[in-house]
Design a protein around this ligand. Structure first.
Ligand code: FDP
Length: 384
C-alpha cells in the first residue's frame, strides 16, 4: 500500500507557494472545480443504475437535445462556483447567455467558462465523456467603490505620506468588487487564460490542468475520493502516431483539408509516415489519448458546419492552452487558436490540435493548396 501520495490540493498549494503575491483564490477555484468533477463522476458511474440516462426533454442553445447528465453536470458546476466569491461571471455551453453571480453572493475576480459534459452523444453507450473549463481574470471593474474601500485598518495601507504645507494622504487597495462580471470578462482571447483543464470520465476519472506552469494530470482514487498526481509535467510527442478526425465528412471538406488528411494517412508521395486512425467522437477522450501518445485531432469546417463544429471558448481555447503548455500546438487550420478574439459566447471554430509537427504539417498542406488554387483564380475550391 502506497503511503506517500500527492493530492491535487497539495500540488496546487506547492505551485502557489512559488508566487508570493498569490492570494490562493485561483487554487480554491481549482478545488471547487475538482469537487464538481467528483460529483459529476459519481453520477456518471451510477448512470446505468439510476434514472439519469437519456434525454431531459429540452434543447440547449445549439438546438441539440439535452441529456439528463448534461443538465446535472451544468447545474453541479454552477452550484459549485456561484456562492464562492471567487467568480464574477460564468459561461456554459448549455446556457445561451452569460451566467451572472446571484445578487446575494459576492462577485470575485475570475470568469469561468465551461462545457459541462462534452461528447455527450457517447453517454448512452458508456464511452468516455468529459468536462472542459477555462478561467480568465476579470477585466471589468464596473462597480463604484464602497464604504468597505475607505473603512480599512491602517495596516492595510498601500502607501501614505504628507506634504509639508499640511496635506496628509493615505492610499488603500480596493477591496470591493461589487459589480457583476460583464461580456468583456468572458469574451477574452485564449492567450489571456490563467488556467484551463479538463476532466475525463473514462475507465478512471482524470483531471488534467494548466495554470501556465506545464500540464499536470491527476487520477481520482475512488477509495479515498481524492485526485492524486499521476501524470506530472505532461509533454506531448513532437510527432504523433495517430490522426483523429470524423472521416465521414471527407466529401464535405474543401480540397485543402482533404489533401492534408490524405497526407496524414501517408497517401502523398514523399510526405509523412502514415499515421494510424483513432476517433471516438468525444473531444476530451480523443485529445487526451493524443496528448499522451502523440497525434493530431482535427475538426475542420465542412459544408454542414461552415465555421467548424467546436466552440472557441468552451472547447478550442482551453484545449489549445493545454496543448501549447505540453509543447504541442493548436490552430484553426493555419492561425493560432489562442490569438483568436471571440465576438460571441458560442462562436465556433475549425480546430487542428496536438503534436506540434503534425499540426504544422496540416497548416503547410492547407497553405500549399490555397496558394495553388489562388493562381487558378479561386481561393476556396469545394471538393465535390
Ligand atoms: P458531442 O457532439 O457528442 O457533444 O462538440 C461536441 C462533440 O461531441 C465533441 O466532443 C466531439 O469531438 C465532436 O462533437 C464529435 O462530432 P462528430 O459526431 O460530428 O464527429
Amino acid at each position: 500500500m502506497q503511503t506517500s501520495v500527492t493530492t491535487i490540493e497539495r500540488f496546487v498549494l506547492d505551485q502557489e507557494d512559488r508566487f508570493p503575491e498569490a492570494t490562493g483564490e485561483l487554487s480554491n477555484l481549482l478545488y471547487d472545480i475538482a469537487l464538481a468533477a467528483k460529483i459529476i463522476a459519481a453520477a456518471i458511474r451510477r448512470a446505468g443504475l439510476v434514472d439519469v440516462l437519456g434525454y431531459a426533454g429540452g434543447k440547449n442553445v445549439q438546438g441539440e437535445r439535452q441529456q439528463k447528465l448534461d443538465v446535472l453536470a451544468n447545474e453541479t458546476i454552477k452550484n459549485s462556483l456561484k456562492h464562492t466569491g471567487r467568480v464574477c461571471a460564468m459561461g456554459s455551453e448549455e446556457d445561451e447567455d452569460i451566467i451572472p453571480v446571484p445578487p446575494e453572493y459576492a462577485a470575485g475576480k475570475y470568469a469561468v467558462l465551461f462545457d459541462p459534459l462534452d461528447g455527450s452523444s457517447n453517454i448512452d453507450v458508456n464511452s468516455a465523456v468529459g468536462t472542459i473549463f477555462s478561467i480568465y481574470r476579470r477585466v471589468s471593474l464596473e462597480g463604484r467603490g464602497t464604504a468597505a474601500d475607505v473603512l480599512q485598518p491602517g495596516c492595510r495601507q498601500a502607501a501614505s505620506g504628507y506634504v509639508m504645507y499640511g496635506t496628509i494622504f493615505s492610499i488603500y487597495r480596493r477591496v470591493s468588487l461589487e459589480g457583476r462580471g460583464t461580456a468583456a470578462d468572458v469574451l477574452q482571447p485564449g492567450c489571456r487564460q490563467v488556467a484551463s483543464g479538463y476532466v475525463m470520465y473514462g475507465s478512471s476519472t482524470m483531471l488534467v490542468y494548466t495554470t501556465g506552469q506545464g500540464v499536470h494530470g491527476f487520477t481520482l482514487d475512488p477509495t479515498i475520493g481524492e485526485f492524486l498526481l499521476s501524470h506530472p509535467r505532461i509533454i506531448t510527442p513532437r510527432v504523433g502516431t495517430y490522426y483523429s478526425v470524423n472521416e465521414s465528412n471527407f466529401g464535405r471538406w474543401d480540397k485543402a483539408v482533404q489533401t492534408a488528411v490524405r497526407g496524414l494517412k501517408g497517401d502523398i508521395p514523399d510526405g509523412l509516415k502514415p499515421k494510424n486512425s483513432r476517433y471516438i467522437g468525444s473531444l476530451v477522450a480523443d485529445f487526451h489519448r493524443n496528448l499522451i501518445s502523440g497525434g493530431v485531432f482535427l475538426y475542420p469546417a465542412d459544408t454542414r458546419n461552415p465555421n467548424g463544429k467546436l466552440r472557441l471558448l468552451y472547447e478550442a481555447s482551453p484545449m489549445a492552452f493545454i496543448a501549447e503548455q505540453a509543447e504541442g500546438s493548436a490552430t484553426d487550420g493555419v492561425a493560432r487558436i489562442l490569438d483568436m478574439i471571440p465576438h460571441s459566447l458560442h462562436q465556433r471554430t475549425p480546430l487542428v490540435i496536438g503534436s506540434r509537427e503534425d499540426v504544422g504539417f496540416v497548416a503547410d498542406a492547407i497553405r500549399r493548396v490555397f496558394d495553388s488554387t489562388r493562381v487558378s483564380g479561386s481561393y476556396y475550391e469545394p471538393a465535390l
